[in-house]
Design a binder for this molecule. Structure first.
Ligand code: NAP
Length: 313
């Protein structure tokens, strides 16, 4: 019987592992398919405190993992295929092993929805980005496109005006889904242009993105559109499929429902990072909630074992 199994190897999962390991819980962290999570999509992380010269996303993942292992986390490079989180003893199956654990910490993150057009994968990190906070600075005085018409697209488009000389928001309909206040700000911003009824058919470039092939969905006309970068905000999928029917989700965002202390509806199951956060989605906030989840796990295991904390004086 394990004390703690952590599912996911992004900043949330690995921070939970560091804290759980330092609490002598000997956690097992199952890294999953996309080791390091979304942060590894970022070339240069300049807003994580403590790294004034920036840090590559993948490098950050390696440092987090090294720190977690240093204190005794066992990192398993496998994928969780099935879980049973309903009883006091939790079962977690990977492709070649079955674990029993007192606690499960869910840190499976979320996956940005992709356009699924030619060039998108090839130029990810080379002009294609899913994070304005991470990459906006690199487009100072450049012309960027933002894809989407929801709150994220408009919010991030407005954020990008701090750097870019022009932001073209390209939306597939002729109405924005975003809240009125954001909509008005975008429509009245001198650096923002709205391109309606238009989808991206292809992303082109050499070393990095230089042009988009666009199609007007009403006229079916295609055109080329010179651009320095493209930010795609067409929604996220919280990675929750594994927990279907066992863990309660928020009805509007599909993120895992937790209380303010990372507790899910199942006793002994905690959730942290992007899988339970539809608002901030930053490495630092994910790490913070990973810390909370591990501290809650420690408390829960101590309670299970009948240990009583000495009263605070
Ligand atoms: P969202 O509300 O689902 O919006 C996604 C947008 O992308 C929609 O405009 C959609 O177009 C478009 N889209 C989807 N698939 C597309 C495709 N294949 N090609 C082109 N466009 C596509 O997602 P979100 O903006 O990430 O927001 C997620 C949640 O977080 C929402 O509840 C939102 O309110 C919340 N949020 C809030 C704030 C804030 O309050 N400041 C900021 C960010 C996010 P259609 O409109 O045609 O469907």
């Amino acid at each position: 019987m394990e004390n703690v199994i952590i599912i996911g190897s992004g900043p949330a999962g690995l921070t939970a592992a560091i804290y759980a390991a330092r609490a002598n819980l000997k956690p097992i962290l199952i890294a999953g398919m996309e080791r390091g999570g979304q942060v590894t999509l970022t070339n240069d992380l300049e807003n994580y405190p403590g790294f004034p010269d920036g840090l590559g996303g993948f490098e950050m993942y390696q440092l987090f993992e090294k720190q977690a292992q240093k204190f005794g986390t066992e990192v398993v490079y496998d994928v969780v295929t099935e879980v049973d989180l309903t009883g006091e003893v939790k079962t977690v199956k990977t492709s070649d092993k079955e674990y029993q654990s007192k606690v499960v910490i869910i840190a499976t993150g979320s996956t940005p929805k992709k356009l699924d057009v030619p060039g998108e994968k090839e130029f990810t990190g080379k002009g294609v980005s899913y994070c304005a906070t991470c990459d906006g600075f690199f487009f100072t005085d450049k012309h960027v496109a933002v894809i989407g018409g929801g709150n994220s697209a408009i919010d991030e488009g407005l954020f990008l005006t701090r750097f870019a000389k022009k932001v073209s928001i390209i939306h597939r309909r002729d109405q924005l889904r975003a809240d009125a206040i954001l909509r008005d700000r975008a429509l009245n911003h001198e650096k923002i242009e709205l391109i309606w009824d238009t989808v991206v058919e292809e992303i082109k470039g050499k070393e990095s993105v230089s042009e988009l092939v666009l199609k007007n969905v009403k006229t079916n006309e295609t055109s080329t559109f010179p651009i320095d970068g493209i930010f795609i905000f067409i929604g996220h999928y919280p990675n929750v499929d594994l927990f279907d029917g066992q863990i309660d989700l928020e009805s509007d965002t599909n993120t895992i429902k937790t209380n303010h202390r990372t507790h899910t509806n199942q006793t002994g199951v905690f959730a942290c990072g992007d899988v339970q956060d539809s608002i901030y989605r930053q490495a630092i906030t994910a790490a913070g909630s990973g810390c909370q989840a591990a501290m809650e796990a420690e408390k829960y295991v101590a309670e299970l074992e009948g240990k009583v904390y000495p009263a605070k004086k």
